[in-house]
Each structure stands twice: as structure tokens, then as C-alpha cells.
Design a protein around this ligand. Structure first.
Ligand SMILES: [Ca+2]
Length: 407
């Protein structure tokens, strides 16, 4: 005996695919599974009526022809017979090759909804449409609303993040999602309303702009001085054996056991930051730190002979693509970037024009922010020269790091 199958979720229905079903086409495919004995063929008849009764007129019927069991068979109601918003009833039975009929299935019912929901509205207090909204790092609430009473959910798509959210409420059907845009500048949100039959509205496109925070950075050129040329004003304090010699750009600091350190924190390791420097090692022995502040450290790992950066327990290491591993007496540009919104820690090893376009970088995902305080220390146990140290209180884009390395 045939057993009714759900309607096809891809083409015919969405949330109500079994009786009482709701479909979005006037030519749905009715389906049954035929178990029977393997190797036997069955010819299945479908019929559609206006009421669950043999006295109701047959609106459409059809046969599949003989098909081998076990199988699932479908018969598509022809065009021009069914219309929206009317209940229909169908059943099926199978005949074997000796022309013996099975019993009919129980009556199955469905109706057709072909009304697409209206385009939803979108709003956000933090990120109003087509305007400069909140500063980078601010979580926003985005509210969706539809006047179509049968909307069951909204499909939303932010840049690279997407999902579905259930619609609630009587009157307008509404939902909201909370989202922290991962970068400044322009973003596009697309929202579509969906009804139980799977009818979708046209998408609502909502553009908003995320404000860049004021740029805060330190820059130590190390051209015979430890003054901070940036706008944080964290002048370095020289201690121990540090001298100045030929650098990548004018002079560099040459370390022989001493350090250059600030009086207080320069970046907030609980938030995004980028630390960059040109370095030129005199030897590759021991644990050599280029820059460190509390939980953050940019260093040469002597064990693996790689450039590494760490934030708490997250460690990202890379060798240069065009420069190869750390090499004595060779200038290389390093950057350690923590993106607090994306939760990524990336080490960039660039150093020349070619590697700008083939950046040697390594990103660790799932990096957790670590609150830490303390001075930024440059050159702790470093052997060789360090030049042009930058510390930004934000995650620089790769192209910005590349430009810094392209010197
Ligand atoms: Ca310099």
C-alpha cells in the first residue's frame, strides 16, 4: 500500500510539507513511497478532489505507469487546475502486475499560498540607513518588520555573516538581531521575509556606515632618539646598552642587552591593536623579543626559527614568503595584529615589494582578548637593530601593513 510522502521542500513547500500542507505552487508534485516486494512493479494512481469524499468531483488524476518497488513515485498536478487559497484533497493507490489494487491512502490535504510577503523594513538606532553610525566595535540592534501577517522568519545577510531569525508579534511580524560590524566604513545588510509556504519577499537592502575611531598610535623612528612621533606621546626610556646605528630608515636602535620602554601602556591588549617594526638580527640565539607589553609579545622563536607573536595563550608564527626564515643581518618587516571583533591574531612577515603581494602571514582564530597593563618594552634581549616601531590602537588592514613594509 502506498504511503504519502511530504512535498518537496526545495520546490513546493517550506515549513508545512505534510498534511495539512501549505505549498507555493499550483503544480505541486504529489508523492507516495511504494514498499511492496522488491522486484515487483506497481502502477500508482493519484487523484485530487475538492473535498475528502468520493462524492466530490475529481479535479485531476493521473497514473505513473509501472515502476519497480521499492521506490518513491511522484505525480505532478497539471497546470490550470488548482488555484490559491482553496483546500484540496488527494489520495493514491497502486496496482500490481496482476491488476490487483491496493487500498487508497488516507485523504491528504493541502492548500496553495502564492502571495509573497511585502519587502520588510529595517531599522537600527546605532546604525541608521545611509548615515555614519556608531564607532567601530559598537554592537548594533537591527530590527526587521513585515506587514504580511503570515511571515514566519527573516533571512538576513550582513557582508559575510548570515542567518535566520524567527518572526513574532501580532500585527506587524517583527524580529531583531544584534551584530557588531567587524570593520569601519560601508556595510550592506540584506533582509528577506519568508512565509510558511516558502514564499520570499524581495530583499530589502540596507546600507550603513561604521565610524572609524580616532586614530591613536605611537611611532618611534629611533633616528637617534626615543621620542614618540605619534599622538599617544609615549616617549621611550632608554636603559642599559642601546646605541644608534644605520637603520632601515635613517638610524635604528642597536641593542646590546639594554631596552627601550615606555612609562605606561601604549595599546590596550583587551582591544584591537597592531604593533609593527623593522628588525635586523645580529644572531638567532636565545629568546629575543622585539616588542612586548603585558600579554602581547612579538619575538623571534629560536627553537623553530620563526617570527612569532603571542597574546596570552594564542601564538601565531610565520616565516617570510620571499625572505625565508629569520636570517642574520637582514632587514625584515614584522607586524602583529589582534582583531578583537573577529577574534584573530595575525603575524605578518613582509619585508619587500614582492612579498607585499604574497604576504607571508599566519592567522590564529579564536584568539581571546587579554587585559593587561604595563609599559611597552622594545628590544628585550634582542641582538641587533630595530627600527621604525609603530603601535596602533586598532587592527590595521593588510594593505596598510603592506604599505608600511613597502619601504
Ligand atoms: Ca629610523
Amino acid at each position: 500500500m502506498p504511503v504519502p510522502e511530504p512535498f518537496n521542500v526545495t520546490t513546493d513547500c517550506s515549513l508545512q510539507c505534510v498534511t495539512p500542507a501549505l505549498v507555493r505552487t499550483t503544480t505541486p508534485a504529489l508523492g507516495v513511497s511504494i514498499s511492496g516486494a522488491a522486484g515487483y512493479a506497481f502502477d500508482t494512481t493519484f487523484e485530487v478532489r475538492s473535498a475528502p469524499s468520493v462524492k466530490a468531483p475529481v479535479l485531476a488524476n493521473g497514473r505513473t505507469g509501472f515502476l519497480m518497488a521499492p521506490t518513491t513515485v511522484r505525480w505532478t498536478v497539471p497546470q490550470g487546475i488548482l488555484s490559491a487559497d482553496t483546500p484540496y484533497f488527494w489520495r493514491a493507490r497502486s496496482m500490481n502486475e496482476r491488476q490487483m489494487f491496493s487500498r487508497w491512502t488516507a485523504w491528504q490535504t493541502f492548500s496553495i499560498d502564492q502571495t509573497r510577503p511585502d519587502v520588510p523594513t529595517v531599522s537600527s538606532a546605532e546604525y541608521p540607513e545611509d548615515q555614519w553610525g556608531a564607532e567601530l566595535g559598537t554592537e548594533g540592534t537591527f530590527s526587521f518588520s513585515s506587514n504580511a501577517a503570515d511571515v514566519v522568519e527573516f533571512l538576513y545577510h550582513f557582508d559575510y555573516d548570515y542567518g535566520r531569525v524567527e518572526a513574532t508579534g501580532t500585527g506587524p511580524r517583527v524580529a531583531s538581531v544584534r551584530y557588531t560590524p567587524p570593520s569601519s566604513m560601508s556595510h550592506l545588510l540584506a533582509v528577506t521575509a519568508i512565509d510558511p509556504a516558502g514564499n520570499t519577499s524581495d530583499p530589502r537592502h540596507y546600507r550603513f556606515l561604521v565610524t572609524s575611531p580616532p586614530e591613536r598610535y605611537s611611532n618611534w623612528t629611533l633616528d637617534g632618539t626615543t621620542i614618540d612621533s605619534g599622538n599617544i606621546g609615549a616617549d621611550g626610556i632608554l636603559s642599559g646598552d642601546v646605541s644608534f646605528g644605520p637603520g632601515k630608515l635613517a638610524d635604528a636602535a642597536v641593542f646590546n642587552g639594554g631596552t627601550i620602554s615606555t612609562a605606561a601602556s601604549v595599546v590596550d591588549t583587551a582591544d584591537s591593536f597592531t604593533v609593527m617594526a623593522w628588525v635586523n638580527p645580529r644572531d638567532l640565539s636565545g629568546s629575543q623579543t622585539i616588542a612586548a607589553q603585558g600579554a602581547l609579545r612579538l619575538y623571534l622563536d629560536a627553537t623553530t626559527n620563526a617570527w612569532c607573536g603571542s597574546l596570552g595563550t594564542t601564538v601565531a608564527c610565520a616565516n617570510g614568503q620571499s625572505w625565508g626564515p629569520p636570517t642574520v643581518d637582514q632587514w625584515v618587516h614584522l607586524a602583529l595584529r589582534f582583531d578583537a571583533i573577529r577574534g584573530t591574531l595575525t603575524i605578518f612577515v613582509m619585508g619587500d615589494w614582492e612579498s607585499c603581494w604574497l604576504p607571508s602571514e599566519r592567522t590564529e582564530v579564536g584568539a581571546a582578548a587579554v587585559a593587561s597593563v604595563g609599559p611597552l618594552v622594545i628590544g628585550d634581549r634582542w641582538h641587533g637593530a630595530i627600527d621604525e616601531v609603530w603601535a596602533y590602537r586598532r587592527a590595521l588592514e593588510g594593505v596598510e601593513i603592506c604599505m608600511a613594509a613597502d619601504k
